[in-house]
Write a protein that binds this ligand. Structure first.
Ligand code: GUN
Ligand code: FE
Length: 478
């Protein structure tokens, strides 16, 4: 693996695929992309192979061939932007798959709080976080918006590890000064704010320009934060301009709880708004049971949504109406919400986003509850594979505020990318190859739309061959 310090100039040659717009992919075949030593894309050249690059591209860049590291995508491989997981809980990684038939509030008490509390043990935290980062990188997650725990040292360790292992990340110390169990709670609002400040300072110290790792203000969710904690975080946001992440309207009991705890607020989104926590840098996870004026407020404030279809299905929270959110002009990305979601894979989240949208199309009108006849359901609710790939890359980039730096291939953007291998192609496939590429089986006659659709529906980390963040190779499948 390349070291963090010394990057070489690099050229990538082959097929590149990225989202052009929500429902359209762009295919760049026989193309070369040049990436400089800082990890920035400095040239994109169509109809270019290695020879032509050496003859006509390198001189214009002042490069000499001896200095350039070359990566060529073979037949059946393509480069794709790295995935952006806009909502993921690193300390819950050991709990993936362990949720039984629980729903949000009992899931938190039964599985989540005990696991998170146990990560006050730094050696355990190191083990869990190292594996979480390694695993998500292997799935092509080049950027993650992480919730850590309430512990400052373990939160700082997560940031340290993201930096050293090369994953772009937002790392948030979780703020919760009520509703948690005695053994896992910030004691007062003031103490919570001081702890969050301490973690912000640490991250600022290890990555002063937030080039790779950034702090993020993280009120767990309204029910777990006192008015004092929410207001303090709102002030801290105004003071620092930092991003904010929290949960909203995930589960009906939770929404009821917010109504009880904040009787003067007209709805859940208003609680965050009234405390200065609903702005263009706010990432709201779930957004399943929002009302119309609530979504309008979110749109008006420019806040973003992390759609977590795996978690919303696993914990029977409900189906977020992504089309309806998009129609309102709200930016939407995908979140694994591990371990509410059982999978660390954004590709799995993308796949499930299509299925959940199909469920809305099939049964939206028949569902109980206040939004039973909400607009935006029916056939139009369905998300295509192109659309969910957009959410996984460009949409996610917008949600985390990095749309000018990541999520696609353009000169000036950074090289956060994955090399995807489609699996068996052509007539003379060795038997072993089918195993190497997991569930995917491509015969070679499929067009590119069909190949990418097969990747979305049958692919997994066995198809993720190499992964780069800011030009640095951070994962290679052996
Ligand atoms: N709401 C408050 N905390 C959590 C959490 O850890 N996961 C999910 N999915 N929802 C939450
Ligand atoms: Fe969550």
């Amino acid at each position: 693996m390349a070291s963090l310090k010394e990057l070489r100039n690099q050229i990538f040659i082959g097929t590149f695929i990225h989202s052009k717009k929500l429902d359209e992919l762009e295919y760049l075949h026989d193309t070369a992309i040049c990436v400089d030593k800082t990890g920035k894309i400095i040239a994109i050249e169509p109809q270019c192979d290695q020879k032509k690059a050496e003859m006509s591209l390198y001189p214009t860049l002042g490069w000499s061939a001896a200095d350039v590291a070359v990566t060529i995508a073979k037949d059946g491989q393509f480069f794709f932007p790295g995935f952006i997981d806009t909502h993921v809980h690193a300390p819950q990684y050991p709990n993936v798959g362990v949720f039984g038939k629980s729903t949000l509030l009992d899931w938190l008490n039964t599985y989540t709080f005990p696991m998170e509390a146990s990560l006050s043990d730094l050696s355990k935290a190191r083990k869990v976080y190292t594996r979480c980062i390694r695993r998500t990188l292997a799935h092509g997650t080049t950027t993650a918006a992480y919730y850590a725990t309430i512990h400052v040292p373990a939160t700082n360790l997560l940031a340290d590890l993201c930096l050293s292992m090369g994953q772009r990340a937002f790392v948030g110390r979780v703020c919760m000064d009520r509703m948690g169990p005695d053994y896992y709670l910030d004691e007062t609002a003031d103490e919570a704010l001081a702890a969050s400040r301490a973690s912000i300072e640490h991250i600022r110290g290890i990555d002063p320009g937030f080039a790779l790792v950034s702090p993020i203000l993280t009120p767990r969710f309204a029910p777990a934060c006192s008015e004092g904690a929410l207001a303090g975080l709102g002030r801290l946001q105004r003071e620092t301009g930092l991003p904010v992440q929290t949960h909203i309207s995930e589960n009906r009991s939770e929404v009821g709880l917010v109504r009880e705890l904040f009787p003067r607020s007209r709805h859940y989104a208003a609680v965050y708004d009234e405390h200065g926590l609903l702005g263009p840098r706010t990432i709201l996870a779930h957004a399943v049971h929002l009302g119309d004026d609530e979504a309008d407020l979110i749109a008006a404030r420019g806040a973003k949504v992390a759609h977590c279809p795996c978690s919303n299905s696993a914990l029977t929270s409900g189906e977020a109406r992504v089309r309806w959110l998009l129609d309102k002009g709200i930016a939407v990305g995908l979140g694994t919400d591990m371990s509410g979601g059982y999978s660390p894979s954004v590709l799995e989240a993308a796949r499930l986003a299509t299925l959940v949208s199909n469920h809305l199309a099939m049964g939206g009108e028949r569902r109980g509850g206040e939004d039973a006849s909400a607009p935006g359901e029916g056939e139009r609710a369905k998300l295509s594979f192109e659309e969910v790939l957009y959410l996984a890359t460009r949409g996610g980039a917008e949600v985390v505020g990095l749309q000018d730096r990541i999520g696609g291939f353009r000169v000036g953007m950074e090289w956060d990318a994955q090399l995807v291998s489609l699996g068996a192609l052509g007539d003379d496939v060795a038997e072993d190859d089918m195993q190497d590429y997991g569930n995917m089986d491509v015969f070679g006659w499929e067009n590119w739309d069909e190949r990418v659709a097969k990747w979305v529906y049958t692919g997994d980390d066995r198809n993720t061959t190499m992964v780069w963040v800011r030009g640095r190779l951070v994962h290679e499948r052996k």
